[in-house]
Design a binder for this molecule. Sequence first.
Ligand code: GTP
Ligand code: ZN
Length: 363
Amino acid sequence: MSSPFGSAPVSALVVVDRAVSELRRGLDVVVTDDAGQRLRISAAEYATPDRLAGFSGADARLLLTNRRAATLKLRPLIGDPVALPLAGQLDAATIASLADPTVDLDHPLRGPFSILRRAPLAAEFAAVKLMKLARLLPAALVVEAASTDDGLLEVPASAITGYDDMAARGLRIVSDARVPLADAEAARIIGFRPADGGIEHLAILIGDPSRREPVLGRLHSECFTGDLLGSLRCDCGEQLRGAIRTIAEAGGGVLLYLAQEGRGIGLMNKLKAYRLQDQGFDTVEANERLGFDPDERIFRPAAEMLRLLGFDAVRLLTNNPEKVAGLKASGINVVERVPHAFPANNHNEFYLATKKAKSGHLL
Ligand SMILES: Nc1nc2c(ncn2[C@@H]2O[C@H](COP(=O)(O)OP(=O)(O)OP(=O)(O)O)[C@@H](O)[C@H]2O)c(=O)[nH]1
Ligand SMILES: [Zn+2]
C-alpha cells in the first residue's frame, strides 16, 4: 500500500484501524490467526437480541478479560481471556451486564455461569485487544466465521497484537507552530501522526533546550475532564499547567501531551470508572472491575517522540516510577526523576492516596 510514510507495515495498521471503526459502529469483523482460526467478533457492549442472531452457532461465546472474570468470581481462570458459552445461559441483557459493571444493578446477574476449560486461542486474545484499541469495553462476542461472513472485514491477529508498537514506530512530525502560552510565551506545539492516520500525539516545546544534555521533560496523558474542565476528581489540570510553568521557569524543556485518556482506557470508559468510584471502589479497583489493567498505557510513543525531537536523555517530572521504567525500557535515558506533586483537594484526596498506596506513586 502506498503511503506518505512509505513503510511496509502500514497496511497492517490500516486494517486494524478500519476494524476499530467497524466495531465502534456496532458492525462485526473477522479475526484470523496463524492456527487457522477465523472468528466473527462483535462488541459485547452493543449486544441486542438482533445482533445476537449472528451468534447462534453452538460454539458462540462471550470473551471476558481475566480481570473482569475475577470480579465476577468465575473460576478457575485458565488463561486470558475467559470464554463463556452463550448457548442456554446468556441473553442480550445478561451479556450487557457481564460486559459492563455500571449496568449490572439494572440487570442483576444470576449465575453461576459456566466457562470453557481450555487455553485461549490467539484470535480470542486479539479480539479482546481489538476492543481495547477501539476504546470499547474489553468484552467480545465470538463465533466461528461462516461462509456468509465473507463480506466482513478480515483482520489478522498478529496485526492487532503488533499494532501499538508498529504505530509508535511509524510516528512522524506533521505540523509545528509557535503558540505562546500564558505561562510559557516561547512555546511551540508539534504534532505527531502515526502512519495509519490514527490518533495524534502532541509535544509542547518550551524555549530551545539543548540536545547535548538531558532535557527537563514531562509525559502528560490526556485528561479531558481535568485538563479542559478543571475537574477536581484528579490532579491532571494542575499537573499540566504546573509542568508548563516549571519548564518555562527552568529555561526550557518539553511536555508530551499523549492521547492516552484515562490511562489508556478512553474517556467513555473513564466515566464508567468514575461511576464505580462513586459506589465506593478506588481508581485501581474500578479499572479492574471494567476488565482493564490498572494502567493500560504504553510508553513507546513517548520515547519515539523524544527521539524525533532529538532528545535521548531526560530529567523526568513525575511521581510515577512506571513512567521512568517505561521510558527506559523504550531506550530513553532517564537521568533523574523530578517530583511533580500538588496539594490535594476534598475530591481527589482518596484518588491521590490510592496512587500512593497501590500504584507505587512517590507522593
Ligand atoms: N482510568 C482512570 N484514569 C484516570 C482516573 N483519574 C485520572 N485518570 C487518567 O490518568 C491519567 C493521568 O496520568 P498522568 O498525570 O500523566 O500520570 P500519573 O500516572 O498520574 O503519573 P504522574 O506523572 O506522577 O502524574 C490521565 O490520562 C487521566 O485521564 C481514574 O480514576 N481512572
Ligand atoms: Zn485527570
